[in-house]
Design a protein. Structure first.
Length: 163
């Protein structure tokens, strides 16, 4: 059952499943294309998506620890640490021990990090707009709504069943 307790529609049937018609496969292809195009444009800043993504998150103040970034970006904490080590080596990020809890290390953008992070949103807007070429505003809004519903359905599948 899905989140509103109605049976899930059977759009895919074993034996008739075609990967080229898979929502997951197509979403992965779109994401791969978006990341490749963003990486190509951000290479001039010496950044890969493993670096510009946490840089952007830090700039938008969504996360400020390795654990929070790892959860938010669905990445292994070890991989996140390596990306942040590279950002720190480039002088874009620094680590600061929390004054409330000495076990917590906060991540802070340097002035150079803030300057570089400001260059990410225009690149992402360009890349995403190019991927949405030919869509109407209504189609764009519908796509966002449909993807949000899929995220909610996926989240509901991970929640423990109600007692």
């Amino acid at each position: 059952m899905d989140q509103d307790d109605t049976p899930a529609t059977q759009f895919y049937v074993p034996g008739q499943y075609r990967p080229d018609q898979s929502v997951g496969f197509l979403m992965k292809r779109v994401m791969s294309s978006i990341l490749a195009q963003a990486d190509e444009r951000l290479a001039a800043l010496d950044l890969t998506h493993a670096q510009w993504l946490p840089l952007f998150k830090l700039a938008s103040k969504h996360c400020d620890t390795i654990a929070a970034l790892s959860r938010d970006l669905d990445l292994d904490p070890g991989a996140m640490t390596r990306s942040l080590d590279r950002l720190e080596a480039k002088g874009l990020v620094r680590r600061e021990r929390s004054t409330e809890d000495r076990r917590v290390i906060h991540l802070v953008l340097t002035e150079e990090g803030k300057k570089v992070a400001r260059k990410v949103p225009p690149v992402m807007a360009e890349v995403l707009n190019n991927h949405l070429r030919g869509f109407s505003e209504d189609e764009w809004k519908q796509l966002l709504a449909l993807l949000s519903r899929m995220v909610a359905n996926g989240d509901a599948m991970r929640e423990p069943p109600a007692a």
